[in-house]
Design a protein around this ligand. Sequence first.
Ligand code: URA
Length: 238
Amino acid sequence: MKQERLDKLLANLGYGSRRDVAAWIKQGLIEVAGKAVKSPSQKVVPDEVLLDGEVLDYPHGLTLIYHKPLGSVCSHKEIGRLIYEDFPERWMHRKPQISSVGRLDKETSGLLILTDDGHLNHFLTSPKHHIAKRYRVQLAQPLQGTEVALFASGTLMLEDDDKPCLPAELDVLSDSEAELTLHEGRYHQVRRMFVAAGNHVEKLTRISIGELTLASTALQPGAYQALHAEAVQRLVSG
Ligand code: URA
């Protein structure tokens, strides 16, 4: 098992500074493999460390599935309520940092993945991998009947974009409700597609990413669950 310097490990997991670690050692709060630690520079196996009697939080990386609530922003530093306020404060000091895989806008709720694994983040956002994202949409106006063909055509141009949208599947549920599956992720894409179709999105929820559905997670808005990055990759790529 890979060993790391204790003070660096605890700092990178967001527990505290190297100075904090030195103080905890003095107070006898850190044990490794059943023995009190003597020095902050001691090389340790992360799974063997107990801090104040507790094992460390996800020392080998952190990937979450999360039900983003309405009104929160997917950013580390914008003004307003940030999605990161739903997680333990300590996680915000982890290195590498946890980031959302793509973004949902402030007025959109639903399934979001967050990870500190840069490769997983890149894999899930790359248009090359065509991971389907499905949205439930409530519209201000009744559908006109032309939208299914328009969105499937691969010719729909959105304002300010220089390439047409990839073909997308629209399943109509009622006059003013539908589910839309996208294979790319442009800025406010669902809302802009319906604007291009002469409508307005009133309510938007992401209900799945690849094979992973919000319903199967049973997560309430604001709730999250940590998963191994490999489990998320398997779930999402089917
Ligand atoms: N499309 C949007 O318009 N908003 C989102 O948050 C995601 C997709």
